[in-house]
Design a protein around this ligand. Structure first.
Ligand SMILES: Cc1cc2nc3c(=O)[nH]c(=O)nc-3n(C[C@H](O)[C@H](O)[C@H](O)COP(=O)(O)O)c2cc1C
Length: 282
């Protein structure tokens, strides 16, 4: 792999923006409801968005100063003034309406109306969420961290989630949310979006503390076994006991066999093959 070395200071705003949104992807999308002091409602999507803590529950997103004019977006001005907002999660059913809500309508124009999305009444604050979203959070402003004063500079808005509204159909019997039912959309670079439920896969994380790559005999690290396969070997909590089994005596055939066992998640068996190899060769 040859890495191109890029100093952001020698890049234009546009180039840095495209690097960020292409590399940091897919990003969740917050459809943010806000209002000004005269109760004009506003709705806009933001994918510089994430959760930042659970106790208290905190979310953050960043309306940047306009890349063209350097002016603050309505969402930022509204939240500075009213100190509250809603975040509705974007699903595949509302992705085109979400995109429509991102148009730069005049300040007093209500993008709920423009995008045809309904208002969902909040419990604690007085700004609505998006009726068609299955996951809505009412948020009170914690802080706004200004990240510059030039076109494209971010304004990290942090808010405490003071109420959740979640479609009951999303819950599994054990109380967790069904990753396939929530159907979120993620945003990548260059106009690309992801349907999250179509790209889900399960990764069984190490139950305890993995033994690590340095426990794998060095010779196996430079074979056709991939980093992911080696990581599965290294994630085992305890190396199994030696057993006297028959293994292929040809090293390449042994590696092939290991690869098969690792792919079938038969990690203990793979280790038993390695231990026998160690016994014969060290
Ligand atoms: C999917 C999507 C994600 C976006 N993410 C951001 C973002 O993170 N930050 C930002 O400043 N603008 C983002 N935009 C652009 C804003 O939505 C757009 O500037 C909008 O007009 C701002 O509305 P407002 O002036 O009513 O706040 C995004 C647009 C789309 C379609």
């Amino acid at each position: 792999m040859n890495h191109k070395k890029i100093d952001p200071k020698s890049n234009s705003l546009r180039e840095n923006y495209h690097l960020l949104i292409s590399g940091i992807a897919p990003r969740p999308i917050a459809l943010v409801g806000s209002k000004d002091s005269s109760n004009n409602f506003n709705l806009a999507p933001f994918s510089y968005f994430n959760a930042f803590g659970a106790n208290p529950p905190v979310v953050g997103f960043s309306p940047a100063l306009s890349g063209r004019t350097g002016l603050p977006k309505d969402t930022l001005a509204n939240i500075e003034s009213t100190k509250e907002f809603t975040v509705s999660i974007v699903t595949s059913e509302i992705v085109y309406q979400t995109s429509l809500a991102s148009c730069e309508y005049e300040k007093n124009i209500d993008e709920f109306d423009k995008s045809g999305l309904g208002k969902y009444n909040s419990n604690v604050i007085s700004t609505p969420g998006v009726l068609e979203s299955p996951f809505i959070m009412e948020c009170k402003l914690i802080d706004i961290i200004k990240l510059g004063n030039k076109p494209g500079s971010g304004n990290l808005i942090l808010g405490e989630v003071v109420f959740f509204h979640i479609n009951e159909d999303l819950f599994k019997d054990d109380g967790s949310i069904d990753a396939f039912k929530i159907d979120q959309i993620g945003r990548s670079g260059g106009g690309w979006y992801t349907k999250v439920k179509e790209s889900l896969f399960k990764l069984s994380k190490p139950r305890g503390i993995g033994v690590g790559f340095d426990s794998i005999p060095y010779k196996f690290l430079n074979t056709s076994l991939t980093g992911n396969q080696l990581a599965k070997l290294a994630a085992i909590e305890k190396i199994p006991k030696y057993v006297d089994i028959n293994i292929p005596l040809n090293f390449n055939n042994l590696v092939k066999k290991l690869s098969e066992y690792i792919n079938k998640d038969e990690i203990e068996t793979a280790w038993k093959y390695i231990l026998k190899w160690k016994y014969l060769n060290e």
